[in-house]
Write a protein that binds this ligand. Structure first.
Ligand SMILES: Nc1nc2c(ncn2[C@@H]2O[C@H](COP(=O)(O)OP(=O)(O)O)[C@@H](O)[C@H]2O)c(=O)[nH]1
Ligand SMILES: [Mg+2]
Length: 248
């Protein structure tokens, strides 16, 4: 099957780095889907200007803010409807190292059925709340998958194989906020989608506004892990069978 790639960028009130991001992506000459998730007027106006400026840019506006996960789900569905086979998710705030896109794309082209994810290399500027939250998530994910093969489940810099994602989204309602990135990865793993990792530097700032709410998002993430834990129990025989056959 021929592979068709596009970029999917969720945006909530990130106006500083988005124009340079779109500009930098032009060299790949593939479509860009930008989801405005109920941003403020300033960001909304800027995104509309960008959509008028770039032919390969499709802007979709959700009038009410739905959360990062909701925006990415909208973007992936739109990409699929446009005939794409893969969606490359990039954040709008300039945190992802665009120099690694080539590596991500090449990995995906040689493993088209796989999800390819950045595996972030952080420096000391990550907050303690995020740091411990990530650590707890790593342990949960090991339990939920009965495997150490998911090296990072929170990085948004990813290539999604769309047909597997559509199958999954037809069956499960995935988290709408920051719980989304983890949940879709664990559920794709359960669906036997291979997951491959590329180390990548996460940059700070340029648009140093994070919408991650340490209490609210870590609470949503805890609830989601509880759901996934029971999901793992239901799948226990299958997971153990795959594990001992050495499949994952
Ligand atoms: N659509 C949408 N995107 C969001 C929302 N919150 C964050 N984002 C986007 O998701 C990406 C990551 O969000 P960010 O706030 O930078 O989170 P962090 O990098 O994990 O701290 C950015 O592209 C944001 O614009 C939201 O409520 N809705
Ligand atoms: Mg960010």
């Amino acid at each position: 099957m021929k592979q068709h790639y596009c970029f999917v960028i969720p945006n909530y009130n990130h106006s500083q780095a988005v124009a340079t991001t779109i500009e930098a992506l032009q060299q790949y000459a593939i479509p860009i889907i930008l989801i405005d998730d109920g941003s403020d007027l300033k960001t909304q106006t800027l995104l509309e200007q960008l959509a008028a400026q770039y032919q390969n840019l499709t802007l979709f506006r959700r009038t009410v803010n739905g959360g990062k996960g909701a925006a990415v789900k909208t973007g992936l569905s739109l990409a699929y409807e446009m005939g794409m086979s893969h969606g490359v998710q990039i954040d709008a705030d300039g945190q992802h190292n665009l120099a690694d896109i080539e590596v991500l794309l090449n990995e995906s082209k040689s493993h088209p059925n796989a999800m390819i994810s950045g595996r972030p290399v952080y420096d000391d500027s990550i907050s303690k709340g995020r740091y411990y939250g990530r650590y707890i998530t790593h342990v949960w994910v090991y339990i939920e998958t009965l495997s150490l093969s998911i090296k990072d489940s929170m990085c948004g810099f990813r290539v999604y194989p769309l047909s597997a994602c559509m199958t999954l989204m037809g069956k499960s309602s995935l988290g709408n906020r920051m719980d989304f990135d983890i949940e879709i990865m664990v559920r794709l793993f359960w669906q036997k989608v291979p997951i491959r990792f590329i180390p990548t530097k996460v940059l700070y700032p340029p648009d140093g506004v994070s919408h991650f709410n340490v209490w609210k998002d870590n609470w949503l993430i805890s609830k989601m892990h509880t759901r996934l834990f029971f999901g793992m129990l239901v799948r226990l025989p299958v997971l153990l069978y795959s594990k001992f056959r050495g499949a994952q």
